[in-house]
Structures are given as C-alpha cells and as structure tokens.
Design a protein around this ligand. Structure first.
Ligand SMILES: Nc1ncnc2c1ncn2[C@@H]1O[C@H](COP(=O)(O)OP(=O)(O)OP(=O)(O)O)[C@@H](O)[C@H]1O
Ligand SMILES: [Mg+2]
Length: 369
C-alpha cells in the first residue's frame, strides 16, 4: 500500500526533475498536498549534449560524468533560486530538495545491477543552502528492485479514487504507467519509449527539439512493416516489473531496424504509433477493465499522440492531470518533492509490487545544507 498523502503542514519541499527527454529541469514547490509554484529551465546546450553523449559508452567517462554532475547541480541550484524568487520564499522556508539527477545508465537487472543519476548533491547543498535528498533510486535496486518507476506511489496518493480503477500514464522520454486499483493495490511499469525516439528523429531530420503537437508525424503514414519490427523488441512483451531507458531506446536501436527508402515523416508517424500502441496494449493487458486514464508529462501536449491513444482505447476516458489540479509538467517533479518528504518523515517511498524490491525501503541519501 502506498503511503497516503500526508496532511498539509508547514513543511515545504522543492522537487527537482530532469527526465530522459533531456529537455531541462522542472522545479516545483510542494506543501505535502499541492504544488504552489513551478519553474522550468532548459539545460545549457553544451550540458545537454554532454548528458546525451554520456548515455552511451565513451572515452574518459569518469571525468566527464563528474563535470556533468557539477553542471546539473548548478542548473538545479539556479532553478531553485528562480522558484524561491517566483514564490516569494526564502531558502530557510524549505525543508528539503528532492533532486532526481540525470539518468545516464539504467541497468537494474543487467550486469551487477545499478542505476546512475548524475548529480553532485554536495555541490547542490552548498549552492542552494537547503538539505538535498537525492540518489532516490539506488536503494530500491539494492533491494533487488528496478528502482523505477517510483512515481506510482505518488500517483496512488494523488490520483487514486475508491470507486473505480484508474490508470495514470506519464509520457516523458520514456512512458510509464501506474495502475491504481480500487482494492488499494498499485501496479506500475515502463511501457517503452514516449518521446525520446520522436525527439531524436525530428532533431536529426529537421533540427527541432520535438515534434510540436505531433504535427510532423501527422504528415506521414504509419509504416506497418516497420511498426511490426519495432514492436518485436522483447522489452514490450516482458511482464512487469520492468523499466527501461535510453540504454535500450536510442537512435542506433531505431537505425538498425530501418529499411532503405523509408520517408522521414513516415518513420516519425510510426514512432508516434509505437508510443501509442505500446502504452495502449500494456494498459489493456494489465488493467483490462480500465475506464479512466490520466495523462501527464510533456507527451500529453502532443495532440496527435493523445488522439491515437483515444482511438486505441475506446471506452477509456482520457483526461489530463491538469484537470485534476496538477499540470502535466509538474507531476514528476511533485513526485520527487513527495519522495523527499517521505525520506524526511522516515517513510518508505517504493512500492515492492511495482519495482520488484524485496520490501519497503526509505529511499534517498541526504546532503545536509
Ligand atoms: N507541445 C508539445 N507537443 C509535442 N510534444 C511535446 C510538447 N511539449 C512537450 N513535448 C514533449 O515532451 C517532452 C518533455 O516531457 P517531460 O519533461 O515530461 O519528459 P522528461 O523530461 O523525460 O520527464 P520524465 O522522465 O520525468 O517523465 C519533450 O521532449 C517533448 O518531446
Ligand atoms: Mg522534462
């Protein structure tokens, strides 16, 4: 069972999230029940490029990763200062920062099992002058879990209702689904890519960061043979618990599956269809009676993607998290503020039924201010 939302208190937390899309940092001010302010800041382009590069093996990685971790800490400190300014708070008002860091490797069940979120927590504590709770995934992995997704516990606390099963779909770089059953049980897993492949493909062919509203994808035709080849990836058929990242879903993965003569816009249409199809099939398989789906993450702004999801899921009412009081860009950051609160209150943040961990664990490590 997830921890219920704690009652609103004087304690304020800031959640700092930079996800696999690498679009930058979302920061929210959270009081235990609601988001009181939000700031988004893109990464400096050189840091973004380096983080993308560090997702694949390369030369002199330890040095480069350490510098990137410093860069992330500085970005997080900057956005924290902006958020304090925007909300009229001082750093003394904040109990802790819940800082995700940047995932550059996620291999919970390969090799010896690890997940790496780059962030120099010491530097962030030094610069922000606020307690930092970070490295929020490793303890779950140490307990035999996937370390991901961690947001289903927060989705349960925020979106769960007593009278019907509800699913929540976060469309970030990777897509993850939370299953909030009426009996109080909670499921959750990654369904595959959401935006990471579409973003990479449009960057390569059109020099754009993302396909706004899926407009470019909408000019193409889905390539059925390619879609079949992409959906044959064994990750899609794995039973939960499961999680993934750019370790698997990157442009080299796509390139290895393309055939000559495929038009770029048709490939984009097929990538959008892959996201919609893999998420819809996962929902149908794991929550067959679903009637309510809450969408969040930047992909919820992609009208074409939301249209395809609706077509693939007749009988499922799809709403935006914004309609429930939490704008789509704020959900993940709020979840990490909530996880920092769990840490401070010595409450577990993981759900063993979701991650596969051996038990409930208090997640994170503290760098005192
Ligand atoms: N208007 C839009 N139309 C289409 N796609 C959009 C739009 N706005 C944002 N996006 C997509 O959303 C992405 C950012 O989403 P988000 O910040 O939720 O992902 P993330 O950083 O990977 O987060 P997380 O890992 O926490 O889920 C962008 O990279 C882009 O692909
Ligand atoms: Mg993001």
């Amino acid at each position: 069972m997830a921890s219920p939302l704690p009652s609103k208190s004087d304690a304020l937390y800031i959640g700092l999230m930079s996800g696999t899309s690498l679009d930058g940092v979302d920061a929210v001010l959270f009081d235990g029940q609601a988001v009181l302010g939000h700031v988004h800041a893109p990464f400096p382009p050189a840091l973004r490029d380096e983080l993308l590069a560090l997702n694949a093996p390369g030369a002199n990685e330890l040095h480069r990763a350490a510098l990137a971790a410093n860069g992330i800490a500085r970005s997080y400190a900057d956005v924290t200062a902006q958020l304090l300014e925007a909300t009229g708070h001082r750093r003394e008002d904040i109990t802790a920062l819940g800082a995700h860091g940047q995932t550059v490797r996620h291999r919970p069940d390969g090799f010896d099992g690890y997940t790496t979120q780059l962030l120099n927590g010491a530097l962030l504590a030094e610069q922000a002058g606020i307690d930092v709770v970070c490295d929020l995934r490793s303890r779950d992995v140490a307990a035999g879990g996937q370390g991901a997704p961690l947001v289903p516990a927060f989705h349960r606390a925020f979106f769960g209702v007593a009278d019907r099963d509800v699913a929540a779909l976060n469309l970030g770089g990777i897509a993850n689904l939370s299953l909030l059953f009426t009996d109080g049980s909670t499921g959750g897993f990654d369904t595959g890519p959401a935006n990471c492949l579409m973003d990479g493909w449009i960057a390569r062919h059109r020099g754009l960061a993302f396909d706004a509203d899926g407009a470019w994808a909408a000019t193409g035709q889905v390539l059925p043979e390619l879609l079949t080849v992409l959906l044959a990836e064994s990750f899609f058929a794995l039973a939960p618990p499961k999680s993934t990242g750019r370790d698997l879903f990157h442009l080299d993965w796509l390139d290895a599956r393309l055939s000559p003569g495929q038009a770029p816009e048709d490939v984009q249409a097929t990538l959008l269809e892959l996201t919609a199809r893999s998420a819809a099939e996962a929902l149908k398989a794991q929550m067959p009676g679903a009637t309510s789906l809450i969408a969040c993450g930047g992909g919820a702004r992609n009208g074409r993607l939301m249209q395809r999801l609706a077509e693939l899921l007749p009988g499922v009412a799809i709403t935006s998290s914004a309609e429930l009081g939490l704008p789509v860009d704020q959900v993940e950051a709020a979840a990490f503020a909530w996880l920092a609160q769990c840490f401070k209150e010595k409450r577990p943040g993981n759900l063993p039924a979701v991650t596969g961990a051996a038990g409930l664990r208090i997640l994170g490590a503290l760098y005192p201010s």
